[in-house]
Write a protein that binds this ligand. Structure first.
Ligand code: C2E
Ligand code: MG
Ligand code: MG
Length: 646
């Protein structure tokens, strides 16, 4: 007597699984549908098994029913490895790789097709099994196992080949079908009365459902769209498979402002409405896109390669809808929707660049109210630098490619150049000139800033301790310190050690800290600055007027100089700004601070700020930052010029 307990248990479990899958809304998309199909097939094969075994147990003599039950079971049961393989292909999104080639399709179907033919003709051939004197295996029965092997092998190879797309949990889950089926077959061979094969498949479907298909991992519960993690996963997979897609990227430019105006709860409703608008636009174009809500007002619609026109229409329709006035919480507001249409990987070549570009393209482009094309707004070189900045910095440090340039600073009272600012320069052989605006923040993140900072400081110390510098008659050189440098416990000691090494007196150096750095009230920074001030070094407050100054902090710092940022200079024609400048200068002077104006480009600006009684002027009007040799010539000539005039 064969025991159907495991089969009955499997059937109950499959019913539960089916219900949970439907409740969890795992019914959309190819992978979900293939998973549902596996549950249904498992239920059918288990039912056939129960039917067949019951007939056997009761010694049925109905040849037709016996053939039907055993054949049905074997045909449906053996389709599992085949469908499971389709499921794995859909998870890797590589249909286009397998099914564009008819030979591959035939090869793929052949083993299972062969099984089906053998089983369907068995009532006449009796090659697989016979039922006349009880159910017995015949000569070719083991062909069934042989034909399954290619699918199992392909499954293993495929998962390993695409392991970059899966985490360990998923890989384990996807292998569970093979491992459990193998154990079940062995058990069945040892204990023929134990029918555990359907139970094994059911168990593995449970494992896959828990480990692979987790809608809570990728569907946002508020908007019902796919989440950021799903977008990251799907895009990574598309780049990995060289699958071409058209992406409509929407960033709401004024998301932060709106949130601070109406609060988080209302903004959640607003985002839901935007999500609904996107879903409507998609539906009106026959719903071919995958829709994602990333975070903070960022949404994406992803179309296939052939749907370029649809993507374009969707982008335009979305722009039109979102430009309309909206009423939120009694306020009439306008969104500033920034929409970019990008063809990947043609226009944005890598996953990393796509993600970095999508982060803040709304901050880097002017709002035009028009759909922008990635070919116009995406600068591949800038992103290549961004993505490879660590390697670029390492290479530059290794090959000594960093240079220090100097920009002269003019003293209004003495009519001479009194000092200069040291500025970092890097010319990379692959990417060309790399601006410190990109370099410094990246170096801060990677920690390379400390080495770079030491290099700049050492170069300056070498320079100011040399005879040439003394001859130039300059008072000091200003050196920039970034936030990360100021937060490093060793900063003061490093600086003092380098100065000792080159015998540099503290009057020859002025350290610039930015307004943002100054407003951090961090203990390490305060200790560093106080230690350096005690050693006789002076400080400038750089970029004054650009950050949100914590005035209390600024006043507490040992500052000698304040550098008015270029943005003040650019606004000088605004009468209110001029009044503000006059009073700012007066206030700083009353505090006994010296004032440098940055970014002076014209004679008119020089005159205006001289009249304001600022002390120093720095800008392209006198000179751009130049290399040391040019700088020495520049100052020597300027001094010669002034002395010959005297
Ligand atoms: P910063 O310290 O405010 O330096 C002044 C920036 O303004 C320099 O840009 C300079 O080239 C530019 N500039 C000077 N005069 C004019 C002008 O008349 N018109 C215009 N449009 N620009 C002018 P640069 O060299 O690109 O440096 C950018 C920033 O990178 C610096 O701003 C500074 O914060 C940082 N930086 C540069 N070198 C270093 C360094 O060695 N260490 C650290 N920590 N930061 C550095
Ligand atoms: Mg500076
Ligand atoms: Mg500055």
């Amino acid at each position: 007597m064969k025991n159907v307990t495991f089969d009955v248990a499997a059937l109950i479990m499959l019913a539960v699984l089916f219900v949970t899958v439907v409740i969890r809304k795992m019914t959309k998309g190819t992978s979900n549908r293939l998973f549902l199909l596996q549950i249904v097939l498992a239920a059918i094969s288990t039912s056939f098994d129960i039917f067949a075994v019951t007939l056997d147990n009761y010694n049925s003599q109905n040849i037709f029913l016996l053939n039907f039950a055993h054949m049905g079971y074997l045909i449906v049961h053996n389709i599992h490895p085949f469908v499971h393989m389709l499921f794995v292909i859909s998870l890797t999104d590589t249909w286009h790789k397998i099914f564009q080639n008819p030979a591959k399709i035939v090869l793929f179907i052949l083993p299972y097709g062969f099984d089906v033919i053998l089983l369907a003709t068995n009532p006449f051939t009796h090659l697989m099994f016979s039922v006349e004197n009880g159910y017995t295996h015949e000569m070719l029965f083991h062909t069934l196992y042989v034909c399954i092997v290619p699918y199992i092998l392909l499954n293993v190879v495929y998962v390993l080949q695409y392991r970059a797309l899966f985490n360990r949990r998923k890989i384990f889950s996807l292998f569970s079908m093979t491992v459990l089926s193998f154990i079940a077959v062995v058990l069945h061979l040892i204990f023929p009365e134990l029918l555990v094969e359907c139970f094994a498949i059911t168990m593995s479907l449970f494992i896959v459902s828990a480990g692979v298909l987790r809608p809570e991992d990728y569907i946002d519960s508020f908007t019902g769209l796919y989440k950021h993690s799903a977008y990251a996963h799907d895009m990574k997979r598309a780049f990995f498979n060289d699958k071409h897609v058209n992406i409509v990227m929407l960033n709401i430019g004024n998301y932060n402002t709106l949130t601070s105006m109406v609060g988080y709860d209302v903004m959640t409703d607003v985002l839901n409405k935007i999500a609904a608008t996107i879903a409507d636009v998609n539906a009106s174009l026959h719903g071919d896109a995958d829709l994602y809500f990333l975070d903070r007002g960022r949404f994406r619609m992803v179309y296939s390669e052939k749907d370029r026109d649809k993507a374009k229409s969707a982008a335009e329709a979305l722009m039109k809808e979102l430009k309309k006035r909206a009423n939120i919480n009694g306020l009439d507001i306008y969104f500033t929707p920034y929409i970019v249409l990008a063809r990947c990987p043609d226009e944005i070549e890598s996953f990393k660049s796509l993600m970095a570009f999508g982060q803040d393209f709304h901050e880097k482009n002017h709002y035009s109210g028009q759909v922008m094309l990635a070919s116009d707004v995406y600068d591949a070189n800038a992103f290549a630098i961004h993505n490879n900045i660590d390697t670029i910095i390492e290479r530059a440090l290794e090959n000594q490619k960093f240079e220090v340039y100097y920009q002269p600073i003019y003293s209004i009272s003495s009519g001479k150049f009194a000092s200069a600012e040291a500025l970092l320069r890097l010319f990379d052989e692959e990417h060309g000139f790399i601006s410190p605006e990109i370099l410094i923040p990246a170096a801060e993140k990677s920690g390379a800033i400390h080495k770079i900072g030491e290099f700049v400081f050492e170069e300056v110390c070498k320079f100011v301790s040399g005879d040439e510098f003394i001859k130039l008659g300059l008072n000091y050189i200003e050196v920039n310190l970034s936030v990360a440098q100021c937060m490093h416990g060793d900063l003061a000691d490093t600086i003092l050690n380098i100065m000792r090494k080159y015998n540099v007196s503290p009057e020859s150096i002025n350290l610039e800290i930015t307004e943002t750095a100054a407003s951090y009230s961090q203990r390490v920074m305060t200790e560093n600055l106080n230690k350096l001030a005690r050693a006789g070094l002076s400080f400038s407050l750089d970029d004054y007027g650009t950050g949100y100054s914590n005035m209390k902090r600024v006043i507490q710092l040992p500052l000698k100089i304040v550098k008015l940022d270029k943005s003040f200079v650019d606004e000088q024609h605004n009468p209110k700004m001029w009044i503000f400048l006059q009073n700012t200068v007066k206030m700083l002077k009353d505090m006994k601070m010296e004032i440098v104006v940055e970014g002076i480009e014209t004679r008119e600006m020089v005159e205006a700020f001289s009249n304001l009684k600022c002390d120093f002027i720095q800008g392209y009007f006198f000179s751009r930052p130049i290399c040391k040799a040019e700088f020495i010539d520049f100052i020597a000539n300027a001094t010669l010029g002034t002395s010959s005039e005297e």
